[in-house]
Design a protein around this ligand. Structure first.
Ligand code: KG4
Length: 371
């Protein structure tokens, strides 16, 4: 089963070819540099960039997979959640190809792609020099039992999910305001670190002290309410930066947010303190929920851009040890952030359930698509 998968949900134009759970190619054209000066995604610019590049990205994915359209069994496309005018570009292209080559279409929820991304496997383990880890991946994945837990931590969503079986989900907790990735991006922006800031914040935090500054852990004492919330932390960080810059003797007339007046060490310590509290919140709420479920649930699937963060992975592993649960992350950090290979993987499971999109004229975007 070869699938051509397309994702244009936000600011990455991505196309992949998957064969079962194996990634034959996964091309990602990031628009991050286009949006950096706006400090976030500029929708009309994103749409135009997707339109300009999608044809090239499809050709590249097909060439990398050494594949022709006649070898493709299905075309998968993300229909939401995401930016409506960006989603439309991928959907239009998928419909065109489906009609031209008479290939069935499969619609995919972007969040299901993130959730199932730990199941993706490399094309050729030897070439990618991860032979041993592939063996581990194969033997572990074949043993995954359901129900399991799933945690999606991306730029737009933070959700803890009960995976009753693949395709049947129940949201156990989600964010009431900002997503974890969004909160990290905003923290990074306040520190003048650029966009998207999650990965830069991680590097700064490695050089700082997580306990140097006291920031409030969101929902502290209210973990049993079972939702995530990051807006209060963001405000606390803003105030803390103002306080620190006011105290700072090194005053430079630079960044309007005041971050230019911080020393390097202050930036490292603020990054570490902010990240620490943001991660503490997610593991506390997740632990509280997991503790209410039977100990027979043995796996936690973890996906989304923030799952690339080594500190978060460390904390998730530690949390899982307490509950005797095995956490499963995508085998490569490239599979955490937006990519079409995960869409191909989610689509593969749909083909097994024979879930094809029947009427292609009805294939519309769903910007607030729920898992
Ligand atoms: O999954 P993703 O690519 O997009 C959505 O589907 O939303 O996630 C993007 C988010 C951004 O907020 C980005 O800052 C964050 O993932 N991110 C990270 C890291 N790499 C990407 N956050 C923390 N540490 C990282 N290493």
């Amino acid at each position: 089963m070869k699938i051509l998968a397309i994702d244009t949900s936000c600011d990455e134009t991505s196309v992949a070819v998957t064969g079962g759970l194996n990634i034959l190619s996964n091309v990602i054209w990031s628009q991050a540099s286009l949006h950096a000066k706006f400090g976030g995604v500029y929708p009309s610019l994103a749409k135009r960039a997707h339109e300009e590049r999608i044809g090239w990205v499809i050709n590249k994915a097909m060439t990398n997979a050494k594949c022709q359209m006649k070898n493709i069994n299905a075309i998968a496309v993300t229909i939401g959640p995401g930016l409506a005018i960006a989603l439309e570009v991928g959907i239009k292209k998928a419909k065109e190809l489906s009609a031209k080559y008479n290939i069935p279409l499969i619609t995919v929820n972007h969040l299901e792609g993130h959730l199932l991304s730990p199941f993706a496997q490399p094309k050729n383990s030897k070439k990618q020099n991860i032979q041993n880890s592939k063996k581990i991946i194969n033997s572990t994945l074949s043993k995954v039992t359901f129900p399991s837990f799933g945690l999606v931590v991306s730029g737009g969503n933070t959700q803890l999910i009960l995976v009753k079986e693949i395709g049947k989900y129940k949201i156990l907790a989600e964010t009431q305001d900002d997503a974890l990735g969004e909160a990290l991006d905003k923290g990074a922006r306040m520190l003048g670190l650029g966009y998207p800031g999650g990965a830069i914040l991680e590097h700064m935090a490695e050089k700082g002290g997580a306990k140097v500054y006291q920031l409030p852990i969101p929902m502290s004492g209210k973990e049993k309410e079972h939702y995530f919330s990051y807006s209060g932390l963001k405000t606390a960080m803003y105030r803390l930066i103002q306080e620190q810059t006011a105290k700072n003797p090194i005053r430079k007339p630079s960044a309007s947010n005041g971050a230019g007046e911080l020393t390097k060490q202050q930036i490292y310590d603020l990054a570490a303190s902010y990240q620490n509290v943001a991660f503490e919140h997610i593991t506390r709420v997740t632990s509280s929920i997991i503790s209410h479920y039977p100990s027979t649930i043995s796996y936690l699937l973890v996906g989304g851009g923030v799952a690339a963060n080594s500190e978060l992975r460390k904390r998730i592993r530690k949390m899982c040890r307490k509950f005797n649960i095995i956490p499963l992350f995508p085998y490569s950090k490239k599979l955490c952030t937006d990519n079409a290979a995960m869409i191909g993987v989610a689509a593969y499971f749909k083909t097994q359930r024979k879930e094809f999109s029947e009427v292609i004229t009805k294939l519309e975007r769903i910007p607030r698509y729920k898992i």
